[in-house]
Design a binder for this molecule. Structure first.
Ligand SMILES: NC(=O)c1ccc[n+]([C@@H]2O[C@H](COP(=O)([O-])OP(=O)(O)OC[C@H]3O[C@@H](n4cnc5c(N)ncnc54)[C@H](O)[C@@H]3O)[C@@H](O)[C@H]2O)c1
Length: 419
């Protein structure tokens, strides 16, 4: 095990000639971001309030927490790249804030506490010419109306003159983070054009995608609009799948016919929307502009209702069976990843269990972050009355197709559904 030297000189830009970077928040976004700049040769300090993550960086056990970062961690070891971590920020040229922005489950309002705490934590070490880049997804105008005055009043420095502040949203797809972090086109929205240029100077060295230069509010707007676009289109697919059920139409074959239309691309319906982005970010628009977001709000409600709807479909299917046994496969919030945050599949399981149903579950990614290849499907199905694949992990579907012909024979009642 390699333990990094923790000398503050690691952050001295004079040593490498490259800007030093302090990444605040070492989560799904911040950790790969810290590695991105370290592999570009920048001296990087990762900061997190969670000491486990700090230790993971300093003891080079990052892949144990984030398996998809194994290759980049190996590069770090091979080339002795300048990355270390601490629980408090230190002086640097650029500060990147990538902390959570959840919504309150009741009010659906953005909880900015982590962003405010992270911003306050860098104030004591901010100096003239530094650049602060906010990467956490936030409601429109947060950068200019909340973060800017907070920094200016505490430091006495003026943004655009002696300090730089940008919003630069992350667009990575969990499960594909390292490639997308490098290759995706990237929005940089400065509070002033000088701020945008400063962040561009840093990012152009490590990002191969196009850098899309704009102002901070436009950048915030675009980030929310992208995820809202996804949510609204998924809601349409889900609503049509509910209608299809009503008419006895099989939605998968209907969709393949529909998508033969040259200008239609109906998304695949599912059991709802999970994760920390698409199910959350549209609410930031609703919060900021309640009158002008009727479609956005309704789409959120349509998608949020799907787990209840799917649970009811399962209940209806087993309604004539005495003490039915239900086995549900696939629990992640989407296919092919080991990410269970806000998963609609888990919500379905909770609903059924709360109603007293006997439910067993399995996800090939729960034990093995790479996805278990040898899925004991026949064992899982044995003596069950209902087998539901909630999340179509590729390994799960492959196992299903391998044993489809024998599955029915081991089940007590052969009710099988792929959602
Ligand atoms: N995960 C994604 O795929 C993704 C994609 C695009 C945008 N985003 C946005 O990026 C932001 C971060 O998301 P994430 O998925 O990385 O979150 P995460 O929960 O995985 O990680 C956030 C980290 O920040 C740390 N933290 C919280 N408060 C802190 C503080 N005051 N100082 C230092 N560290 C602190 C937490 O301990 C945690 O390790 C969110 O706004 C999210 O909406 C995420």
């Amino acid at each position: 095990m390699t333990v990094l030297p923790s000398s503050p000189e690691n952050l001295n830009p004079a040593k490498t000639g490259l800007l030093s970077v302090c990444v605040v928040g070492l989560g799904y976004v911040g950790m790969p971001t810290a590695l991105l700049y370290a592999r570009g040769g920048h001296p990087v300090l990762g900061v997190d309030i969670n000491p486990t993550l700090v230790d993971a960086v300093n003891q080079r056990r990052i892949a144990a927490v984030y398996p998809e970062l194994a290759d980049w961690e190996q590069e770090l070891l091979n080339h002795n790249q300048p990355l270390r971590a601490a629980v408090q920020p230190e002086a640097a040229d650029v500060f990147i804030i990538a902390v959570p922005t959840p919504i309150d489950s009741q009010t659906k309002q953005c909880d900015l506490r982590a962003v405010l705490a992270a911003t306050k934590s860098i104030l004591p070490v901010l100096k003239s010419e530094d650049c602060v880049i906010l990467e956490s997804t936030v409601p429109p105008k947060t950068t200019t109306e909340i973060i800017k005055p907070l920094i200016e009043s505490a430091t006495g420095l003026s943004i655009g003159e002696s300090l730089h502040l940008c919003f630069s949203p992350e667009r990575v797809l969990p499960g594909n983070t390292t490639r997308e972090l490098v290759e995706n086109d990237r929005i940089i929205g400065g509070v002033t054009p000088q701020c945008t240029v400063k962040a561009k100077t840093l990012m152009q060295g490590v990002i191969q995608g196009q850098l899309l230069l704009t102002d901070a509010v436009t950048a915030e707007f675009c980030k929310l609009a992208e995820n809202t676009y996804r949510d609204v289109n998924i809601a349409l697919a889900n609503e049509l799948s509910v209608l299809a059920d009503e008419y006895g139409v099989e939605i998968t074959s209907a969709r393949s016919i529909i998508n033969h239309h040259p200008r239609v691309n109906l998304l695949q319906p599912g059991i709802g929307v999970g994760g920390h982005c698409i199910a959350v970010d549209p609410w930031f628009f609703v919060e900021a502009s309640p009158i002008n977001t009727r479609l956005i709000r309704t789409s959120r409600e349509v998608n949020d209702r799907m787990p209840d709807y799917c649970a009811q479909r399962i209940i209806d299917a087993v309604s004539n069976i005495e003490s039915p046994r239900i086995c549900l496969l696939g629990l992640a919030y989407k296919p092919n990843i080991a990410d269970f945050r806000e998963s609609p599949a888990l919500r379905i399981v909770d609903i059924l269990k709360a109603k007293g149903y006997h439910v067993t579950t399995y996800d090939p990614f729960q034990e093995n972050p790479e996805g278990e290849a040898n899925i004991p499907l026949l064992e899982l199905a044995r003596d069950q009355d209902y087998l539901g694949i909630l999340v179509s992990h590729t390994v799960l579907l492959e196992a299903y197709h391998r044993s489809a012909s024998t599955l029915s024979s081991v089940m007590r009642t052969p009710l099988i559904r792929i959602f």
